[in-house]
Ligand binder design. Structure first.
Ligand code: NAD
Length: 441
């Protein structure tokens, strides 16, 4: 069996240890000969990399491990790049969230003005990773889950249309896991029909492999409980703010009662509720800085101080096993059915063929093949047309350095009440992002 060489871009990410643990736990399904971490911030990557190195020494000494900030070293001789970078880090995420809130508008990592700001920062960085990969390992595939995935995916479509990159999100995977608990199955037992944009979509059917239709049972459950489940799920999406998000799905479902909503729709359907329930001085970025970041880096420092890995300092990020499923699908041509972010090309029959949509795909060695989801209803179509125009305008604004188009993007976002407020937020975001964005004119 071939053994693969993998580079994780964003080596200093809080997600890296969990993903490495998951990869080591999956070596029988996806054998790895070489694992490299790559980051553009040596100081941030170092503790994570040193601790991961000690963990690998214990768990899988046969895997060659290294870490670097040198793109040549990182991207030479790799089969897969798993990318989870955060351009600007948590300090910029905090600004993405707090600046819109100062104007009474949703402040969120991937949705609304915050997502637009983050998108403008992520575009050049993800494109740079693609270029490194194509230059040093031209046959490699990039599995990208760096956010904001929809804007990043649109930028890839426009700027690197032939690149071997698959953009994918963990949110539908996480929600499907919740659904599987609700109906007493595992996610692998279920097939879904789904359409939307990233962080913006609906399940129209959830069925067992034997054809049993669980959709009515799920709709009934979610209408009462949202996606809150009795059974504790996993480490991902468990903080208090996430529990409120899972619960809110009941109200989202009330708007489209025959299909199951992606939880992120709350930012578009109930922005007033979201703003009322957000502390503008302590947002999700602060929660993560005080929670996940402290926990992961604390564990890394403990391992380094002890000089060895005892086995329980890092948790296996089982929720991320979809990344192994995706790598396997490409490596072994499995044609596994997975939700990916792909160019529509008729998969949603009455929607822009050149939009980047999130739909079920069969993934094989040529990448994802979208499955046709047919025509969608007027309400969802209208929402998606508005949102996809926002995403396209952001990429156009980035490419043309256009203030006008970025202002239009903010104005069109369903989270923003007027062109006046959009302009005020934009001007603050430009000031905050002057080290990252191209100069707009
Ligand atoms: P983090 O800040 O802890 O880690 C990101 C790392 O990327 C940092 O070490 C940073 O130095 C590095 N980095 C930034 N720009 C880089 C560049 N140009 N080249 C190389 N490295 C670079 O952030 P995190 O909370 O771990 O999140 C990482 C990313 O993963 C974010 O984009 C987040 O939104 C995304 N994410 C996606 C999913 C999904 O399924 N779509 C799930 C969780 C997180």
């Amino acid at each position: 069996m071939k053994e693969f060489s993998v580079v994780i871009a964003g080596g200093g990410s809080t997600y890296t240890p969990g993903i490495v643990m998951m990869l080591m736990d999956s070596l029988d399904r996806f054998p790895i000969r070489s694992l490299k971490l790559y980051d553009n911030n040596a100081a941030r990557q170092e503790p994570i990399a040193k601790a991961v190195g000690l963990a690998l020494k214990k768990l899988a000494p046969q895997v060659a491990f290294s870490y670097t900030t040198d793109p040549v070293e990182a991207f030479t001789d790799v089969d897969f790049c798993m990318a989870h970078i955060r351009s600007g880090g948590y300090p910029m995420r905090e600004k993405d969230e707090k600046i819109p809130l100062q104007h009474g508008v949703v402040g969120q990592e991937t949705c609304g003005p915050g997502g637009i700001a983050y998108g403008m920062r992520s575009i050049p960085d993800v494109i740079q990773l693609i270029d490194y990969m194509e230059q040093y390992s031209p046959n490699a595939w990039m599995l990208n889950y760096s956010n904001p995935a929809s804007i990043v995916a649109e930028a890839c479509r426009v700027l690197r249309p032939k690149a071997q990159i698959i953009n994918i999100c963990d949110m539908p995977v996480g929600t499907l896991r919740r659904m599987s608990y609700i109906v007493g199955k595992t996610p692998k037992d279920l097939d879904v029909r789904y359409y939307g944009l990233n962080h913006f979509g609906w399940w129209t059917s959830v069925k067992g492999k034997d054809g049993t239709d669980y959709t009515p049972q799920l709709i009934d459950y979610v209408s009462k409980n949202g996606y809150l489940t009795q059974k504790a799920i996993e480490t991902q999406h468990m903080d208090e703010s996430w529990q409120a998000t899972h619960k809110k799905a009941a109200d989202l479902l009330a708007v489209t009662p025959d299909c199951l909503p992606n939880t992120y729709l709350k930012y578009y359907l109930f922005p007033d509720y979201v703003v009322e329930h957000t502390n503008p001085n302590y947002t999700r970025a602060n929660e993560v800085i005080d929670g996940r970041e402290k926990k992961v880096f604390g564990a890394a420092h403990r391992i380094i101080e002890a000089g060895e890995f005892h086995g329980d300092e890092f948790e296996i990020d089982n929720h991320a096993s979809f990344i192994v499923d995706l790598a396997r699908a490409i490596a072994y041509n499995t044609h596994e059915r997975m939700l990916c972010i792909v160019e529509n090309k008729g998969a949603i029959a009455n929607f822009d063929p050149h939009a980047m949509v999130e739909v079920p795909c069969l993934v094989g060695s040529d990448g994802p093949e979208p499955l046709c989801q047919g025509e969608i209803p007027t309400f969802q179509l209208g929402m998606m047309q508005q949102q996809v125009a926002v995403e396209k305008l952001v990429v156009q604004a980035y490419c043309e350095h256009s203030y006008q188009k970025l202002w239009q993007a903010l104005t069109l976002s369903k989270t923003v009440p007027s062109a006046k407020v959009a302009k005020e937020i934009l001007d603050d975001l430009i000031e905050a992002n002057k080290d990252y964005w191209p100069e707009l004119h």
